[in-house]
Design a protein around this ligand. Structure first.
Ligand code: HEM
Length: 404
């Protein structure tokens, strides 16, 4: 399975584990994504969004802005603050600066290995030049993870862990809801349900899965809106309906009113699924039409192509958010659109991600007009763990007051 190449980095965390181990971890971690916890995280989404808006405001003087570095910095700080409980911002800044380079190296090494059959054997891999690169990157990431965990252990000792929601929290997972996922894991360590190695696996898994996928999604939603002026105007109208010209901070209720924006995000994830391929090992024979695929076969799914099936999505290359209006997807096959996968191994963070995406994009629409620089036809996709382009993706941001 291609996932085994992730072991040196993510160990057997939620993404890479199987069987009983996966079941145990999923059960342990699911409460960390309860609505009441997400509600608490929403404050952070808003604060970090406002910070991003300030950075983008400075970008309005430039002819174009490269999206990904800006967005991934923001989504990584959101992960540190929400799931890992790291504060203040200076500490997050120091930590995150050490993260991007080794993660980039590790992703490249894994893709290099997946695409070279002779490197599938551990023996030959150990003699390859990329093995050394992998070890150097792993060492840096190990330090990063150690610091994240040590930071939280220390701050828990220095002051009691804040309880998220007072009275109402008690039914979240049978005891009081804690602020961060890492807190929950540290509590479970005391109960003997996870050890230090397990905690490290989940910190590595969530840091990676939680920031890179969301930054990629944000990047393509922004690029798509910049290229589709009428759609951008319609999404902006929706913001005016909700907020008028007030500058107030959004509420969770506001997010649930952003129906058209949700369609835009879904359509962007259709055309540009952050997780563009997945693999599954069949545990039993599977019948597809008249053919039997035997148990123990590895099946690779190309999500990018599944989402461009013209029988399901007519004019598949065209950005049409209305495809996701309830009346237009009522009869669609549940597995025809799988940006967050489906079934028991679906994305545990999908509600978290949707909230984060809506918070950031709605703030952008309220403050800025986005003009196209990179066009969909310019995109050349590269093999990587998440959807990547050969060249940077740019847009031009203009202050709303600059727009007639
Ligand atoms: C737009 C953003 C996101 C997209 C498109 C996305 C997509 C996916 C997909 C397709 C899978 C299945 C992968 C596979 O089986 O190979 C997955 C799994 C997972 N995702 Fe996400 N994800 C996103 C955001 C997040 C966030 C924000 C978090 C954490 C806060 C997260 C945590 C995870 C974890 C831990 C798994 C493994 C779940 C399991 O196997 O039980 N993801 N995600």
């Amino acid at each position: 399975m291609p996932y085994t190449f992730l072991y040196p980095w993510l160990g057997e965390g939620l993404l890479t584990s199987a069987g009983e181990k996966w079941q145990h971890r999923r059960k342990l971690l699911t409460p960390a994504f309860h609505f009441l916890i997400l509600k608490k995280f929403f404050v952070t989404f808003c604060e970090r969004s406002q910070e991003l808006m300030k950075t983008i405001e400075r970008e309005t003087d430039n002819d174009k802005t490269e999206l990904f570095p800006l967005l991934s910095k923001s989504t990584l700080s959101i992960m540190c603050e929400t799931s890992m409980g790291t504060t203040p911002q200076e500490d997050i800044e120091t930590l995150t600066n050490k993260y991007f380079k080794p993660v980039h190296t590790l992703s490249s090494v894994i893709i290099y290995r997946i695409t070279r059959l002779w490197l599938y054997t551990e023996f030959l891999f150990r003699f390859s030049k990329v093995f050394k690169m992998q070890n150097i990157a792993l060492k840096s990431l190990n330090n990063f993870t150690t610091q994240i965990i040590q930071y939280r252990r220390k701050s828990r000792n220095d002051m009691p862990v804040p309880v998220a929601f007072g009275e109402e929290s008690s039914d979240v997972y049978g005891k009081k809801a804690k602020l961060a996922m890492l807190d929950m894991l540290l509590d479970e360590e005391k109960n003997g349900r996870i050890d230090e190695k397990g905690i490290r696996e989940e910190v590595d898994t969530f840091m990676f899965e939680g920031h890179d996928t969301t930054a990629t999604a944000l990047c393509f939603v922004i690029m798509s809106l910049a290229n589709e002026q009428e759609i951008q105007d319609k999404a902006r109208e929706e913001m005016l309906d909700i907020f008028g010209d007030s500058q107030r901070t959004p509420t969770i209720e506001d997010l649930s009113k952003m129906k058209y924006l949700e369609c835009c995000i879904k359509e962007s994830l259709r055309l540009y699924p952050s997780v563009h391929f997945m693999a599954r090992l069949l545990t039993e024979d599977v019948k597809v039409d008249d053919n039997i695929i035997p148990a123990n076969t590895i099946c690779n799914f190309n999500v990018f192509d599944i989402h461009r099936n013209p029988d399901v999505f007519p004019d598949p290359e065209v950005f049409i958010p209305e495809r996701f209006l309830p009346e237009n997807c009522a009869n669609r096959h549940p597995y025809a659109y799988i940006p967050f996968s489906a079934g028991p191994r679906n994305c545990i963070g999908q509600k978290f991600a949707m909230m984060e995406l809506k918070t950031v994009i709605s703030s952008l629409l309220r403050k800025f007009h986005m003009k196209a620089i990179t066009k969909p036809e310019d995109l050349v996709f590269m093999p990587d763990l998440v959807l990547r382009t050969r060249d940077p993706v740019y847009v031009k941001f203009c202050k709303r007051t600059d727009v007639n």
